[in-house]
Design a protein around this ligand. Structure first.
Ligand SMILES: Nc1ncnc2c1ncn2[C@@H]1O[C@H](COP(=O)(O)OP(=O)(O)OP(=O)(O)O)[C@@H](O)[C@H]1O
Ligand SMILES: [Mg+2]
Length: 230
């Protein structure tokens, strides 16, 4: 696919009706998130950071009231259908969600989960086998076989995150979107996370959107900063 475009939000807003009350989850937002840059989003709890990411990815719940547009090259991401979206999700966006443990499938081994992403690009079994090993090895695991043959619950939070990063880049997306990648991790693993992102960048994925409360991550890694309004 590789359109490699900026992400342009035009008057994008999200509301929820909760117990009969309207909650403005994200106020009308006009924003250009530049390609080939690492953009950090920092802001208070509840200001709509995760909703913004989910909106771009088309993963908001059905009951969300969404207005405005999101452009990616000539695509209007707000308007594309479910089937097209499934195609674009892996090809355009790699998503590292707020809770890595919850987004890995608990009943499938890591090797099966990584294979699914690799199948988007590789046809040959052998290529998929080799690439899985290469990707897991790249994220600092020594015992690659053991990781590939593990279920998610057999890995620590930090390990799950590295696995998820490997799965995320397996489909060679244009963008990485990460929600609070260092949240709940101890200082050492937080530092390792920055290494993980540097690795991703070394692989040629240079466009990233990183939601965080972590000032060190912003200072050390981001080129641009967005602070959404409450
Ligand atoms: N599925 C939902 N249903 C109802 N309200 C929601 C839903 N998701 C988010 N909200 C509301 O939308 C607002 C923005 O939520 P969001 O999760 O984007 O905040 P955030 O900036 O990511 O916060 P945090 O820093 O705590 O992760 C909040 O008021 C939240 O309660
Ligand atoms: Mg959030």
């Amino acid at each position: 696919m590789n359109l490699n475009s900026d992400i342009k939000l035009e008057n994008f807003q999200v509301k929820f009706i909760t117990r009969g009350q309207e909650v403005k989850a994200l106020r009308n937002t006009d924003l250009i998130i530049k390609k080939n840059k690492v953009t950090g989003i920092i802001g208070e709890t509840g200001c709509g950071k995760s909703v913004l990411a989910l909106g771009i990815l088309g993963l908001l719940p059905k009951y969300a009231i969404v207005d405005g547009n999101i452009y990616y090259d000539s695509l209007n991401l707000k308007k594309i259908n479910k089937k097209e979206r499934a195609k674009y999700l892996g090809n355009i966006f790699g998503y590292i969600p707020q809770n890595p443990g919850e987004s890995l499938n608990p009943i499938r081994k890591i090797k099966q989960q990584i294979k699914e992403s690799l199948r988007l690009i590789y046809n040959q079994k052998n290529d998929i086998y080799n690439k899985s090993r290469e990707l897991i090895g790249m994220f600092g695991f020594e015992d690659v076989e053991r990781v590939l043959n593990s279920y998610p619950f057999q890995l620590s939070g930090g390990m799950q995150q590295r696995v998820l990063a490997a799965i995320c880049i397996a489909s060679d997306p244009d963008w990485i979107i990460a929600d609070e990648p260092t949240k709940g991790l101890d200082k050492k693993v937080q530092k390792d996370t920055i290494k993980v992102f540097n690795k991703i960048r070394d692989q040629g994925i240079e466009s990233m959107l990183i939601i965080t409360h972590d000032i060190t991550l912003v200072k050390d890694f981001c080129d641009e900063l967005i602070v959404p309004r409450l």
